[in-house]
Design a protein around this ligand. Structure first.
Ligand SMILES: N[C@@H](CCC(=O)N[C@@H](CS)C(=O)NCC(=O)O)C(=O)O
Length: 198
């Protein structure tokens, strides 16, 4: 089987997909797409993803775009313990939380502060801060977002949380910090952007 993951080292969404493939030990090739030169807005990349977004997974010609769809697919195929059947809905709840609250909060605020892409910074930072509070409340009472062991929910939310300082999001969230350290201690963990080196 030939599996290729198209990424950008600058992209937290790419990091999510890469982290899951690596932690599950899925053999794959990582190909970097140069966002700075607009490679993602030209062919041949557009034929992989007409939205012009990374990441994209090419699994023997089966093309899957969107990091959340990619990690769900990969965990279904290779990582059942990360996606227990009984809690798919709870895990999806956190995947969508990431795709909405963290993306529109931390992601957009970082886009402006780090890359100069204009946004409503105040609104994005306020959404991010509220989302941090939601995570902190859950993690004060539990080690992991779903159940008693790490799942896809944790891996999906970690990337944006880990770069929140680049979005100007600072605060005291001790349970969130402790959860981050638990994820970073998982065998095979690599931080962003080093995860995308190979
Ligand atoms: N929901 C998508 C979002 C993908 C996305 O926004 N990717 C960004 C990088 S983090 C991108 O490719 N941006 C390029 C652009 O918008 O021009 C996912 O989770 O993969």
């Amino acid at each position: 089987m030939c599996t290729v993951l198209y990424v950008s080292p600058l992209s937290a969404n790419s990091y999510r997909a890469k982290l899951v493939l690596d932690l599950l030990g899925v053999s794959h090739e990582t190909r970097k797409v140069d966002l700075r030169t607009g490679e993602h807005r030209r062919q041949p990349f557009l034929s992989l993803n007409p939205l012009g977004h990374v990441p994209v997974l090419d699994e023997d010609g089966r093309i899957i775009r969107d990091s959340h769809a990619i990690v769900f697919h990969v965990a279904q195929r290779h990582g059942k313990p990360w996606l227990p059947d009984a809690v798919h809905a709870e895990i999806l709840q956190w995947l969508f939380f990431d795709a909405t609250e963290l993306h529109h909060g931390i992601g957009l605020a970082r886009n402006q502060l780090h890359f100069g892409i204009p946004t409503n910074l105040e609104a994005a930072q306020s959404r991010a801060t509220k989302a941090m509070g939601v995570l902190e409340a859950r993690l004060k009472a539990h080690d992991w977002l779903v159940g008693d062991s790490p799942t896809l929910a944790d891996l999906a939310c970690y990337p944006f949380v880990s770069i929140r300082d680049q979005a100007g999001i600072h605060g005291a969230w001790p349970a969130l910090e402790a959860w981050s350290r638990r994820i970073e201690a998982l065998p095979g963990f690599r931080s962003m952007p080093h995860a995308m080196d190979s």
